[in-house]
Ligand binder design. Structure first.
Ligand SMILES: NC(=O)c1ccc[n+]([C@@H]2O[C@H](COP(=O)([O-])OP(=O)(O)OC[C@H]3O[C@@H](n4cnc5c(N)ncnc54)[C@H](OP(=O)(O)O)[C@@H]3O)[C@@H](O)[C@H]2O)c1
Length: 343
């Protein structure tokens, strides 16, 4: 049955959230946007930042009025006034940095992907349970209003039986970007591909069969990969990611009763439309492409989880993060990509 209106996104009441004292590890590109969202759009406090260079940490601290600039992660983790740590280092640092933060007794929000592979992810899950601290993957779209509306549409059966997901995520990068660096677990998979695979699991559950083909890029990393996932009941996800070029970044979820068309970039704030299969009815989701301001939702959800004494997010559990990592492991096995840490 085609809905008469779109569901309302369910977000935590910002007035009821505990105010956590945050530390940021790795003041790079995304950390800057995270600090902007935290300072401008949440009631949370940013109290410390760490970098391998204390001067760099100080420059970030000056920009965002952070009281403490630390030379290295250990100095930040030793601080008693830090409740929660946001790990914004390159992919292959997520596991060791996240583990140290949990072992230091901090709640930890780890940039996507949670870890390099499912084995590392499972170790983080175990460490969080042992430390009784929250560990959450910063897959920011999962906490945003748009995804909550989509989750509700799928749960309500508004699309009918879903047969297909078609999505791509390609971005052009200059050769000096870390995505071309094999020593930082480069290639599109952990950066861009994790959005695709995560979305495919949100729509269809864990894939039962995976087929993938990849093409290399200079620098010894994968350059682009095409993937076909088959989910329970025969639903198929057709996914493509590349670091060579910009692609539309759209996604289409096709069901028997209706089709959902997401504008590119499908995972970022932006519009979608739900169109009935007879094309007589359409519902529109419209929001400004405010983009990184919406990092505030993962920050607020994280604070809500801590307030509820949870060690795992009900919106994006570590088990869900592990499903994404397992699927990426299998894709990499098929295209022959092995990270340095796995050799
Ligand atoms: N949520 C999103 O939309 C989004 C967007 C972009 C990236 N990300 C994720 O965030 C992570 C960081 O990406 P980014 O683009 O922000 O990277 P970036 O600009 O290169 O920043 C990474 C930071 O990590 C620190 N670092 C520690 N060890 C390092 C090493 N061996 N080599 C290089 N840097 C090291 C660096 O800080 P110091 O030099 O100061 O120590 C650097 O500033 C990635 O895992 C990526 O997947 C998420």
């Amino acid at each position: 049955m085609f809905p008469s209106s779109l569901p309302v996104p369910r977000l935590p009441d910002a007035n009821t959230l505990p105010t956590l004292r945050w530390g940021i590890v790795g003041p790079g590109w995304i950390a800057d946007r995270f600090a902007s969202a935290l300072c401008g759009h949440t009631g949370q406090q940013l109290v410390a930042v760490s970098s391998r260079s204390v001067d760099k940490a100080q420059a970030f601290a000056d920009k965002w009025s952070v009281p403490h600039a630390c030379g290295g992660i250990d100095a930040l983790l030793a601080r008693d006034d830090v409740d929660a740590v946001y790990i914004a280092t390159p992919h292959n640092h997520h596991f060791p940095d996240g583990l140290r933060a949990l072992q230091a007794g901090k709640h930890v929000l780890i940039e996507k992907p949670l870890a390099l592979n499912a084995q590392q992810g499972a170790a983080l899950q175990q460490a969080a349970q042992q430390a009784r601290r929250l560990c959450m993957e910063a897959m920011w779209c999962d906490y945003a209003p748009k995804y909550d509306v989509i989750r509700q549409l799928l749960a309500d059966g508004a699309l009918g039986e879903v047969h297909s997901l078609i999505a791509d995520h390609g971005e052009f990068f200059t050769p000096d970007h870390r995505i071309f660096n094999a020593d930082l677990a480069g290639g599109p998979m952990l950066d861009l591909g994790s959005y695709l695979i995560s979305f495919s699991i949100l729509v269809g559950g864990a894939p039962e069969r995976i087929m993938a083909q990849g093409e290399p890029a200079p620098g010894g990393v994968n350059g682009q990969t095409a993937m076909l996932f088959t989910h329970k009941g025969g639903m198929q996800s057709v996914l493509h990611t590349t670091l060579f070029s910009n692609t539309p970044g759209t996604a289409v979820i096709a069901g028997r009763d209706a089709t959902l068309y997401l504008d590119g970039q499908f995972y970022a704030p932006g519009n979608f439309r739900l169109v009935s299969s007879d094309r007589r009815q359409t519902l529109h989701w419209e929001e400004p492409a405010s983009r990184y301001q919406q990092l505030c939702h993962e920050i607020n959800h994280f604070a809500w989880c801590v307030g509820q004494s949870l060690t795992d997010s009900p919106l994006r559990s570590l088990a869900t993060s592990l499903l994404t990592l397992r699927a990426m492991d299998e894709v990499r096995r098929q295209i022959g990509v092995v990270f340095n840490e796995e050799r």
